[in-house]
Structures are given as C-alpha cells and as structure tokens.
Ligand binder design. Structure first.
Ligand SMILES: Cc1cc2nc3c(=O)[nH]c(=O)nc-3n(C[C@H](O)[C@H](O)[C@H](O)COP(=O)(O)OP(=O)(O)OC[C@H]3O[C@@H](n4cnc5c(N)ncnc54)[C@H](O)[C@@H]3O)c2cc1C
Length: 380
C-alpha cells in the first residue's frame, strides 16, 4: 500500500498537517514516537502577535494570519465533534514590574503603536495603557507594577488538547497513526519513496518532516544541514484552589517570563530558555528556582499557590535566524520540512500545518522567496 503523504512527527505542527490533509481526502500516515521533551506537551499556550515588541514586519504579518486562523480552526474541530481545545480570548497584561523594565516597556509600547498604524489593527480600544491599580484588578496576584498595557484580544490555547482534538477528527477521517520511530528515509532515483520504521518499509508519494527539535536527524539523510536545535524550557503549573481565574488575562513582563491563567484555578508560570541543555528533557533545581523567582516577582500573590506539575519541553529553534523552516526541500520535489517554530509553535503551528497541506495539495503554490523557505540555508 502506498500512502499519498507520510508525516514524521505528531506534535502540533505534524498533527495540523495531517488534519488538513485528511480533511481534503488525502491518504495520510503519521508517525510519532512521542519523545520525552516533545514541545507541544509543555507549551504555555500564548497566542498573540501584537505585543511581541521586536519582531520583523513579515513575521508579524504571518503571526497575525495565524492568530486570525484560530477561530476558524477551533470552530471546524467543534463542528466535527472534537473535545475541548482550551482556546479562548483571555486578554494580556504587559507590565513593567521593576525600574529596569521601564525602558523596554516604553520601547515595546512605541513599537506596538507603530505596528498598529502600519497594520490598521488592533483597534485603538483593544490596546491601551492602564493604571497599575486597574492591572491589579484584572490579575489580583499582580505586584505593584510601574506601568501596564492591556491588550484585549490576546488568546491562549492548550497545546495538548488542541493536538488531541485534531488527532481525534483526523482519525475519524481516515488518518493512520503509527506510534513508532522513523529510522530512515527510503531514497531511490533522486526521490524519497517512503520510510523505514520498526524494520518495515512504508511507501509514500510525499513525505513531510515535522519532527520538532529532532527534525535534523531526518533532514541530514537528504544532505540538508538543518540548523534547528532544541531549546529547553521548564514551566510550572500551580493552583489557587477555588480562585475564579477564568477571566484573568495572561501576563508578560520584561525579564522574559510570563503567567498564563486557566479557568480551573491553575496558573502556568514560565519559562526557562536553555539552548545549552541539548536534548536533556529534565527539570533542574536552578531552572525551577528561576521560574518561581520570576513568577513571584511579577505576581507575589501566587506565593501560597499549590505546586501541581513541572513540565519540560524542547523548543525546535532555528539557530541561524530564529524563524520557522517551512516548505519543500530543494532538490527533493516530494519532501517538505515544517519545524523551527521555537517559542511560537502553538501560536503559528496550526496555520503552518494548513499552509504545508495547501502546498502539498497544489491548492496554493509555495512562493519562491518566502522568509521561511528551506533553501535559505544553502550557501554560495
Ligand atoms: C516551556 C515552553 C513554553 C512554550 N510556550 C509557548 C507559547 O506560549 N506559545 C507558543 O506559541 N509556543 C510555545 N512554545 C513552543 C511550542 O510548544 C513549540 O514550538 C511547538 O510545540 C513545536 O511543535 P512541533 O510539532 O514542531 O514539535 P514537537 O511538539 O516537539 O513534536 C515533534 C514530534 O515529532 C516526533 N518525532 C521526531 N522525530 C521522529 C521520528 N524520526 N519518528 C517518529 N516521530 C518523531 C517527536 O517524538 C515529537 O512527538 C513553548 C514551548 C516550551 C517548551
């Protein structure tokens, strides 16, 4: 039996590709070995483009398209009878907690206003500076902050639940899943004909490498040195039993950390950024200390929260430019790569998956020179 498409990797990116393919009637096989450190299982779930104070215009435009796609995706999953995804517009506070954050806050606010003028969005009332007291009312555990912005349209999603929902619907539409490791690509006459997993050859007309931080192992077999490496993140779930956290906004500050509340009294405190940890997907004493220190700096009211869980994930990150790697592999007409989403894969991944599926199906043509193309790493 020959599959139309084989997807290597069942995180949010691979599952989105498979979901969009089977919806179009494509005979698809997905392999996933669920490595410890799979990023999708650890991600905090922030889905917002407008408050990212340093991204280039093309990234912001792509990220905004990905944000805009979320309601359609979630509605489609709900209509197909999938379970909860945790997706909701929850709002976001961007705060300067201490004196050293005043300047980065002012720069970020200026950048946001520039982007707002350039893009004609968000609406003026959706992105406003509010008083520290108002911020404290929106997020009661908050510190006495110096300054605060409130972006009403920021959203969050539960990466595990969303991936599970896409999986459930895709399975009902004929997706085949093998919980195995793909060991090798099968190459013949300059094309990939399939893969080897558990000593069995599986034949396919096209292959997509969506293996997160592990994608380089597959790409190297094509002579492609993919500069995508793991960046470890440790993240902590705490709970305030009985607290009405459902309407609390997410909070970001300027030491690189954040808080993401969920309706069940949980608040997620994140996260470390550890490129030096390699593929070691375990929590460390110093990592946990950092996350708690920064979380409590922004929200001392979480001091008595109950510890629930520490999660660890490996963000697939492009070491050359930090951008996603999406598209056809040069010289290999039937092989695609979809990885490198770094700290933004829950936000961008579902939309990237839709794009890859559209390119595979020929519904859209991959632009020759787009910023995320695989061929940008070729030298000379
Ligand atoms: C602590 C933390 C917080 C984060 N917070 C956010 C956030 O708030 N917002 C946001 O947008 N993003 C966030 N991210 C980033 C996001 O989680 C990732 O970018 C995204 O999950 C990457 O998805 P992926 O499908 O590419 O990779 P993964 O989820 O890692 O999945 C890759 C899968 O491929 C499988 N695989 C690899 N090779 C093979 C093979 N040869 N055979 C079979 N299977 C294979 C692996 O086992 C794995 O299951 C966060 C990440 C971390 C770690």
């Amino acid at each position: 039996m020959t599959y139309d498409v084989m997807v290597i990797g069942g995180g949010i990116v691979g599952m989105s590709i498979a979901y969009h393919l089977v919806r179009a009637g494509v005979k698809t096989l997905l392999f996933d070995r669920a490595d410890p450190g799979r990023a999708t299982a650890a991600g905090a779930g922030i889905v917002t483009a407008e408050t990212n104070g340093h991204a280039p215009d093309f990234w912001l435009d792509f990220a905004a398209e990905a944000v805009a796609y979320y309601p359609e995706l979630v509605a489609g999953l709900q209509a197909a009878g999938a379970g909860e995804t945790g997706y909701a517009i929850c709002g976001q506070l961007v705060v300067a907690v201490s004196e050293d954050e005043r300047q980065p806050f002012a720069q970020a606010w200026q950048w946001m206003r520039q982007q707002q003028r350039r893009r004609g969005s968000p609406a003026p009332d959706d992105l406003v500076e509010i008083s520290p007291a108002e911020a404290g009312t929106l997020f009661p555990p908050l510190a006495a902050v110096r300054r605060a912005l409130y972006y009403r349209q920021a959203a969050r999603v539960d990466g595990r639940l969303l991936t599970q929902a896409m999986r459930q619907v895709a399975l009902s539409r004929g997706l085949v899943i093998e919980n195995q490791s793909v060991e090798k690509l099968v190459m013949e006459a300059g094309a990939v004909r399939g893969v080897v997993a558990a000593q069995t050859i599986y034949a396919a007309t096209a292959v997509v490498i969506a293996g997160g931080a592990w994608s380089g192992q597959m790409a190297s077999q094509l002579g492609l040195a993919l500069p995508v490496k793991p960046v470890r993140g440790q993240i902590i779930h705490v709970e305030l039993p009985g607290a009405a956290t459902g309407n609390w906004p997410l909070v970001t500050a300027f030491h690189g950390h954040y808080l993401v509340p969920w309706p069940d009294g949980r608040v997620v405190m994140g996260a470390t950024v550890e490129p030096e940890a390699g593929f070691l997907a375990q929590a460390t004493v110093v990592g946990v200390q950092e996350v708690l220190r920064e979380g409590l700096r922004a929200a001392p009211g979480l001091r008595e929260a109950e510890m629930r869980e520490i999660r660890v994930g490996l963000r697939p990150t492009c070491t050359e430019d930090g951008l996603p790697v999406l598209g056809r592999v040069p010289g290999w007409g039937n092989v695609f790569v979809a990885t490198g989403h770094g700290p933004y894969g829950l936000h961008l991944g579902p939309y990237s998956g839709r794009l890859i599926a559209a390119w595979l199906l020929g519904e859209q043509t991959e632009p020759a020179e787009h910023a995320f193309r695989v061929g940008r790493f070729e030298r000379g």
